[in-house]
Write a protein that binds this ligand. Structure first.
Ligand code: GTP
Length: 594
């Protein structure tokens, strides 16, 4: 295709503002999907995506419109996947900034807009859901115009649901988004903006060609790893994959298949070039995804450990951001320490493990990555509280911090500040978007955000606040490790790294919880919370003498045997911590956040 006839654009929006629905309408209106085979959220292929109504992986689809080729790149809207959003943006020249006409600008509207502006995209401001009775198109057109610096009359108004205004929007894309520019004679360079694993075809890599040309049966080179592969198939998505025998040229967006089985060999952000005539410079901006949140994952039934390993191996084929290594816990047995991009990523991985692989899992409380400097100058990276060095030899501890942006109606300013202050937030600034809506910016420790921050925020603002955060380096903090001991034995799964002001509360809480969850034993069991050698909280489980044979009066021998059998059964579901028997359920209950 002549690059002058190509328009590459994406739709960016806050979660639930209707991106997927608008994409569906575009598929239908351009005739790519006929009305009969149309189904909601056509582009969201994963079951979880469909059920939760969210987009996790980006998708690209080619739409013919008015003699032009439009490549629409659907992007994920959630903070955890910002890296994927920014890669998708690099593949475009224009962005539709979609805002719900009943909600107005939200935190991810801003975050995505800034990403799009950084990528130098032409921005098309659009209000969606104008069919809703609660829509306030005039008010929010003004808000949106104020944000990007245009006239309110330049804001397009559409309904992804009814299709109103969508044709005009497509025309507008053709007329206003710049055509791609590239050097057709240069060595091939294509940006990988997505890569998914397909059971039948192996890894399908989505690319945007910047310079040159990529063809079928060509040896290609992945520039970040220097690995070479052969393109077995190359083509475009419209809306199903269609092989393109002529390959892909400047400005084109499509897919390639090389037969590799692991998405880590075809990483988002990498540059593909031709092995025979390779480019010298990579396209800018390749980054390894960096896990921000860690948690231990253990099978409830220890026999399922091999299955868990296999399931993680399989998931990783499709999720380059997922990292894990084996870990043993005295309390929970064999499991894995798993690193995630964020909390949503963590939830999704866990849900997929349980659902697609039929596993029952316990996960330990999530924690962030700490940098610990010892008095002798040595440094450690701690991804697991049990690795946190005990004793007084720690000189400094650094924790990751975020720049967080919260948008809400101004009546909630007080509540929001209270929550943020309670989590060691530092106010960076505050701006009014309109009379009654405000943007509040805080520096907040990531470790404080990953514990129910979002839930708190939502409940204190009746669901009106939205949150976005980005990594903003690290800060020194007074953090300590709190251990929980049963009869003097630390239970590794319950250790936590917390700020010193919260250590006492954590210790007291955990000790109380466990006193209720652990059944009495033949002897007294002290439960202690301690920082190093210093005990900060203590509870006792009183002793009982649990003699199962007492009721048998020495008579009926078969009944006696039955009782002993039964007790043995029960013991299997017990884990030993020192001499203390702890039922599996106690761990599950204590680790689940209330
Ligand atoms: P993510 O993929 O999670 O970012 O969400 P999304 O932005 O793709 O939102 P989605 O298209 O899933 O729409 C969210 C909700 O809004 C769904 O319940 C849609 O049915 C509804 N919705 C989307 N567009 C419109 C519209 O134009 N009018 C009305 N009334 N509802 C809409």
């Amino acid at each position: 295709t002549d690059p002058a006839l190509i328009r590459n654009f994406c739709i960016i929006a806050h979660i639930d503002h209707g991106k997927s629905t608008l994409a569906d309408r575009m598929l239908q209106i351009t005739g790519v999907v006929d009305d009969r085979s149309m189904r909601a959220q056509y582009l969201d292929r994963m079951d979880i995506e469909r059920e939760r109504g969210i987009t996790i992986k980006s998708q690209a689809v080619r739409l013919p419109w008015d003699g032009h080729v439009l490549n629409m790149i659907d992007t994920p809207g959630h903070v955890d996947f910002t890296y994927e959003v920014s890669r998708s943006l690099q593949a475009c020249e224009g962005a539709i900034l979609l805002v719900d006409a009943a909600q107005g600008i939200e935190a991810q509207t801003l975050a995505n807009l800034y990403l799009a502006m950084n990528a130098d995209l032409h921005i098309i401001p659009v209000l969606n859901k104008i069919d809703l009775p609660a829509a306030q198109p005039e008010k929010f057109a003004e808000e949106l115009a104020g944000l990007i610096g245009c006239d309110p009359s330049d804001v397009l108004k559409v309904s992804g649901k009814t299709g109103e205004g969508v044709r005009e929007l497509l025309d507008h894309v053709v007329n206003s988004v710049p055509a791609p520019i590239g050097n057709a004679d240069a060595a091939a360079r294509a940006l990988i903006f997505d890569s998914v694993y397909d059971t039948y075809r192996g890894v399908v890599t989505y690319v945007r060609v910047v310079d040159g040309h990529l063809g079928k049966r060509e040896r290609i080179l992945m520039m970040s790893t220097n690995a070479t592969h052969e393109t077995l198939e190359i083509g475009v998505i419209s809306p199903e994959p269609k092989p393109a025998d002529l390959g892909l040229g400047v400005g084109e967006v499509g897919y390639l298949i090389t037969g590799v089985k692991d998405v880590r060999q075809s990483r988002v952000g990498d540059t593909v070039t031709s092995a025979a005539k390779s480019a010298t410079d990579m396209l800018a901006g390749y980054e390894h995804p960096k896990p921000m949140v860690f948690s231990g994952l253990y099978p409830i039934d220890g026999d399922e450990y091999p299955e868990l390993r296999e399931a993680l191996d399989k998931l990783q084929l499709n999720d380059a951001a997922l990292v894990y290594e084996p870990e043993t816990s005295a309390a929970l047995g064999f499991g894995f320490r798993v690193g995630f991009l964020g909390l949503l990523h963590m939830e999704i991985v866990r849900e997929r493990l349980e659902r697609e692989f039929g596993l029952s899992l316990i996960s330990t409380a999530p924690n962030v990555v700490y940098r610990v400097v010892m008095e002798d100058g040595k440094e450690l990276t701690v991804t697991n509280p049990s690795e946190f060095p005990a004793g007084g030899k720690v000189a400094q501890v650094f924790e990751p911090v975020t720049k967080s942006t919260i948008l809400a109606p101004s009546e909630f300013i007080g509540a929001i500040m209270e929550i943020c202050q309670g989590r060691r937030g530092q106010l960076l600034g505050m701006d009014y978007l309109s009379e009654d809506r405000v943007e509040i910016r805080y520096t907040l420790p990531l470790g404080e955000i990953i514990f129910d921050f979002f839930d708190q925020l939502k409940s204190r603002t009746r669901g009106y606040a939205s949150l976005d955060y980005e990594p903003a380096g690290e800060q020194e903090a007074e953090l300590v490790k709190v251990d929980i001991l049963l009869q003097g034995e630390p239970v590794d799964a319950f250790s936590a790294i917390v700020h010193k002001d919260k250590a006492y509360a954590y210790g007291v809480d955990m000790a109380k919880k466990l006193r209720e969850l652990i059944p009495r034993q033949q002897f007294e069991v002290p439960i202690q919370a301690a920082i190093g050698a210093r005990v900060i909280a203590r509870e006792n489980i009183r002793a009982i003498r649990k003699d199962v044979l007492a009721k048998c009066y020495g008579g009926d021998i078969s009944r006696k045997r039955k009782l002993l059998e039964k007790q043995k059964e029960g013991k299997k579901r017990m884990k030993m911590v020192g001499r203390v028997e702890v039922p599996q359920e106690a761990f599950v209950a204590a680790l689940s956040t209330e």
